[in-house]
Design a protein around this ligand. Sequence first.
Ligand code: NAD
Ligand code: IPM
Ligand code: MN
Length: 365
Amino acid sequence: TKSYSITLLPGDGIGPEVVSVAKDALSLAGSIEGIDFRFQEAPMGGAALDLVGVPLPDETLTSARNSDAVLLGAIGGYKWDKNEKHLKPETGLLQLRKGLKVFANLRPAIVLPQLVHSSTLKKEVAEGVDIMVVRELTGGIYFGKPRGFGTNENGDDIGFNTEVYSTSEIDRIARVAFDIARKRNGKLCSVDKANVLEASMLWRRRVSDIASEFPNVELSHMYVDNAAMQLVRNPKQFDTIVTNNIFGDILSDEASMITGSIGMLPSASLGELGPGLFEPIHGSAPDIAGQDNANPLATILSAAMMLRYGLGEENAAKRIEDAVLKTLSKGFRTGDIFSPGMVLVGCKRMGEEVLKSIESQNLIA
Ligand code: NAD
Ligand code: IPM
Ligand code: MN
């Protein structure tokens, strides 16, 4: 049997609830495929702040680096919102992404046939949407310098950040995006604000240059404000989207809602070498934490992305994805995707139903 070491970072809020369910799905799909997982759990975010006083302990980063892949729940919560920047859970997450050098964040937004009615968009608009958002994850305004607090010439307090991209940062994310677009429908839309921002002007120029390496991909450019509008006007015009760190953050939350809920969207964060980081795009949802109401499917589907993109275990990935579809076909819904006539379940029960779907698959196979 093959064996992989996986670092689990449950984090805060609903994080531990959804990770525990996803871990079980991984174990079961793995055991059927002859894959053995060794899980190490490590503290991260608010949980780590409470335990050892920093949001990303060295031991946690080391464990993540030394594993084959990392599965994260979510971090953050009211308790730590007023912390100084270096003591925020969110800072730990940025340090983790930077520490693992995972610059390419893939966020697929797919409207599943079972969930067309959970979308807030009309059926004919939402049906069949299948978008891959490729978000640059270790650059841009999240990391640019200078940044900080200060005082301006009028004596006013100021806070400032810098949107900065280098050619090498743009080139490598563009190549990842073109390659993904090539394997999909061959359409790539680069989203920027090149009418205003220098960082976007360079972005547009370099993405256009890289296009010559991918003659079979049709490249288009769109300003981010228009893209936000087009995503709800006619999302089916998009196949693969490539964009910077902050626009990708915002547009992927928007795209998630087309699919029915942010509780459905997984992600994979990949670098050139080393383990990938896999996490749902949603946060710690403090408003529903501890109530067993969270939708675990985004995290379960992130585990499937881990199998596919992180470990190259396509069969096990398919098992999990098929089981999710089957569970939805049986009518099970958490609150966020509930519609009349369906069976309302909590996080744990949804997890159990996915396990049952994986098991029944095994009987057929
Ligand atoms: P959020 O994604 O946590 O929640 C937004 C809304 O979506 C809430 O109403 C929540 O209940 C709902 N929701 C989110 N995930 C859900 C799920 N799986 N099932 C059902 N409903 C779900 O965003 P927020 O409220 O803006 O942020 C809360 C905290 O999470 C903040 O501290 C923020 O910094 C952090 N955050 C962390 C991550 C991450 O760890 N990657 C991502 C986003 C936000
Ligand atoms: C996400 C989150 C994070 C981000 C925050 C919590 C730092 O919103 O993963 O989408 O902005 O990247
Ligand atoms: Mn976000």
